[in-house]
Every structure is written in C-alpha cells, then in structure tokens.
Design a protein around this ligand. Structure first.
Ligand code: IDC
Length: 460
C-alpha cells in the first residue's frame, strides 16, 4: 500500500511537471515564485546544490519552501540559510531570521549538501508557502556581454557609494580574493608562478597583503617591510588585481599602540601608490580588548595622513572584538552606526571564521549591511585558531550571503602554512606548481571553486 501511495505521488509529481511546462499553465501561475536550482558540485555518492528562490507574489514574512527529490536515494544531509528537514521524498526549508522577510521580487539563496545513491535528478514541485514555483524549470540566462579585461581594467578607481563598494561606472561590485599569510613568514609563497595562478587560474580580483606589525613584522624593519608591501602592490597591479594593504595589528589589540608606526607607514605607502587605481588601505586588522571609541579615534588620526597623500582611495577600518562589529565582545553594529568614523570613502571590516562564527554573526551582517559599508577583509573556512576542520556548510552559507549582499571578501590564506586555513598543502611553496588540483588543501579547493566563477562587474 505504501508503495502504491509513493507511486501515485511520483505520478502526481510528473503530472505537475508536465503541466508546468505547458505554456498555458506557466502563464497562469506566474505570480507565485521562481526557483533556480543549480548543482554546484557532484561526487561519488553525493552532491551540493544551490536553491535560489524568488518571491514573485506579495511580500511574505516567514516562509517555507517545499520540493520533492524524485529518486529514493536522494537525501539532504546538511543545509544552510534555512532550517531543513526531509520526510520521505518531501524536503522542507523554512526561512531563518535574516531571510524570513521576502519582498516582492526579493530572493533568498539557500543551499544543501545531499547524498545520492542512484541517479541524481533535479527536484520537482517547488512550492513557496504552498504556491507552485513555476519558474523552477527556467535555466538561468547567461550574462549576454560579460565585460572583458582584468578586474582593475573593468572597474578602475573604486569608491564607496552608500553601503556599497562602487566601480568607476558608479555601480556596486563585489571583489572576491585571497589574503597572504604574514609576509614576514611566507614571502616564498608570493612569486611569479603563485601570483600568476592567483590571477589566471583562481581569477582572483584582489590580493590582501598581510603585513603584521608585531611578531617579527614591520616594527623590526620598517623600510624593508614597506618595500615588500610596495613590491606586492606592483605585482597585483601588473596582473590587474586590487591590492589591499593590511596593517596587520593583532597583539596588542589596541591599534593606538601602533599609531606612530601607522602614520609613518601610511604616509609612505600612500605617497608612493597615490597614482595607482588598484590600492585599498586597511588601517587596523583586528582591534581587540579596546573600545569602539578608541578605534574611531585612531582612524580619525590615520585617515587624514592617507588622504593628504592619496585623496581618492578607499580606506577600511577594523571593528571591535577582532573585527566582529563588536559581536565577539557582546556588542553589535549599533555602536558604529550611532558613532561612525568622521570620514568619507570609508568601509568597516568584518571578519569571521566559519567553524566558530555562525548564525548570530550572519544575522548581524545581514542587518548591518543595510546601514554600514562592510568589507570582509579576512575570513577562514575553519575555526578562529586558523586550524581545525573546515566547516563547509557554514562557509557556503557565509559566501552565499556575501554574494547576495555584494560584500567583498578575502580568504585567509593564500599560503602553504601547516594549518587547515591555508589554501595549499604544506610544502607547495618549495616547488613551482600552484595550479594543479593536487596542491590544494580542502579549503583551497572550496575557495578556488567559489572565486574562479565569472565576475559580473556592471559597466553601465
Ligand atoms: C594566525 C595564523 C597563524 C599564526 C598566528 C599568529 O594563521 O599561523 O601563528 O596568526 O598571530 C585572525 C588573525 C590572523 C590569524 C587568524 C587565525 O587576523 O592573524 O592568523 N585569525 O588564527 N583573526 C581571527 C583568526
């Protein structure tokens, strides 16, 4: 009897499908919703998929997306950006706090990892709050005319526009790229072959240059480190990538401890690089154990030094609690919103480590993104120690969210450090191969697959 019911259900699904592709039925149900379903990767016994749902009807607050998985061997094992459950072939994804309100034409990007023991057909019968999503069979339309050229060719000098990072055409863009490890330890990883791979194979839009101030960094040799940073700015420029100059303060956590060094360093790099279009200045990596007002005071002293030499460059300032917008210190973005840095063309840094920082941090970013210009100048796929297991589900939830909000990001690290956050396997930088799949860590493989997809920089 059970089997018969299942069979009937399958027939109903197939019938539903047939009805949906007939032109009359498609036109009649156009007001419901649309789903773009994409299998982003597939392997023996499993797969990962993205589900982008667009609400074509009246605004909703609180929603449930249901669909069925046609093959009995298909099971959702993990999901993100929604609360997921499965009963038989029926899958349910319920909106979570940062996407539960969907205006008309608004979209939510969900995803899941699944097992598939047999065939892995596309799901059917997508319904949003019970209404059929007749757009589910549409193929996404490819960008008819993707802009040619490198990221810097296409976007030119950047500036902050509202809460976004905009290009020279005054259109919001998202930059996706990688951060170096500490250049005092890993300079062997930044050479012609590795930077070619970053620009050409990874199609990275940016290189973040992490110049630690302490821990054998800048303070031990200011001239030497300034020259090394400038050299990497030139390497990035030659390959059409943006260069994020990161004054990597970490311990001590109060950036004011380094304020004289910051003024000297930024006066020099800003004067030297003022004529370039590819430079962004990040003035304090991760303030910690210090109030927002102390960070703001530091920023208001360092920014004028940069502006005096390079008036039009974007500047990014770290936030309280290791650049968590205060969340890791029990605060939130409110302290910045109510007391912003007195400077224009400025963005605020947000950092996360996917295995440590999850829903509460994502909610903060979703909320803050409509009030503050945010740039994820550093994040890891692993725990905040830089090690431990990669959290694929949380990383994917984060990256989907950043894509949706057009928030730029750089991943820690483009290096072969002996820790799971590194993109390359230990020992890679002793050789010359940065391109084959074999040199990538688990984290590197995931990041390369995300960063190397085509950019869609608007030019008009
Ligand atoms: C870590 C490195 C590790 C190094 C340590 C030294 O991964 O090899 O020994 O710094 O300070 C941050 C920091 C970043 C950390 C990273 C991982 O910005 O410097 O790198 N992390 O712990 N914030 C959160 C995590």
């Amino acid at each position: 009897m059970k089997r018969l019911l299942a069979l009937l259900a399958t027939c109903a699904t197939v019938l539903g499908l047939t009805a949906a592709i007939s032109p009359q039925a498609g036109a009649a149900a156009a007001a419901g919703c649309k789903v773009d379903y994409t299998v982003t990767s597939q392997w023996q016994g499993g797969f990962q998929a993205g589900v982008k749902v667009t609400n074509l009807g009246a605004p909703v607050t609180g929603w449930t997306l249901t669909f069925s998985l046609p093959d009995a061997g298909q099971k959702v094992t993990q999901g993100w950006n929604a609360t997921w459950s499965q009963s038989g072939s029926e899958v349910t994804a319920a909106g979570v706090d940062w996407n539960r309100t969907l205006a008309t034409d608004a979209t939510a990007d969900l995803g899941f990892a699944g097992s598939a023991t047999g065939a892995n057909p596309k799901p059917t019968a997508f319904r949003l709050n019970g209404v059929a999503c007749t757009g589910s069979l549409e193929e996404p339309t490819p960008d008819p005319d993707p802009a040619a050229g490198t990221p810097v060719d296409v976007n030119g000098q950047l500036h902050v526009c509202g809460v976004n990072l905009c290009n020279e055409h005054d259109r919001p863009i998202q930059l996706r790229g990688m951060s170096t490890h500490g250049i005092q330890w890993f300079s062997q990883c930044y050479n012609t072959a590795s930077l070619d791979a970053l620009a050409n194979d990874w199609k990275s839009d940016l290189l973040r240059i992490a110049m630690y101030v302490q821990e054998d960094g800048y303070e031990t040799d200011p001239t030497g480190f300034t020259n090394r940073v400038n050299g990497l700015v030139d390497e990035a420029e030659a390959r059409g990538m943006y260069a994020l100059i990161d004054f990597h303060t970490l311990t001590p956590g109060d950036p004011n401890f380094n304020i004289d060094r910051a003024k000297t360093f930024f006066a020099s790099v800003a004067a030297r690089n003022a004529g370039k279009k590819n430079v962004i200045y990040e003035i304090a990596n991760e303030p910690n154990g210090v109030s927002w007002s102390a960070i703001k005071s530091y920023a208001e002293q360092v920014i004028p030094v940069i502006r005096a030499a390079d008036p039009d460059a974007v500047v990014i300032v770290g936030t309280r609690g290791w650049s968590s917008l205060g969340v890791s210190d029990g605060s939130d973005e409110g302290e910045v919103v109510s007391n912003p840095v007195n400077a224009s063309n400025l963005m605020y840094a947000f950092h996360f480590y996917a295995a440590s920082h999850k829903d509460a941090y994502r909610s903060t970013v979703s909320r803050a993104a409509s009030k503050l210009p945010l740039f994820v100048t550093e994040f890891g796929t692993v725990s905040a120690t830089g090690g431990g297991a990669m959290d694929q589900a949380s990383t994917t939830a984060w990256l989907d969210l950043l894509d949706q909000l057009k928030i730029s990001y750089a991943n820690w690290t483009y290096s072969d450090a002996d820790e799971s956050s590194a993109a390359f396997r230990s020992g890679t930088c002793n050789g010359t191969d940065y391109s084959s799949g074999g040199v990538l860590s688990e984290s590197g493989a995931l990041l390369k697959s995300r960063i190397s997809t085509p950019d869609s920089f608007p030019t008009s």
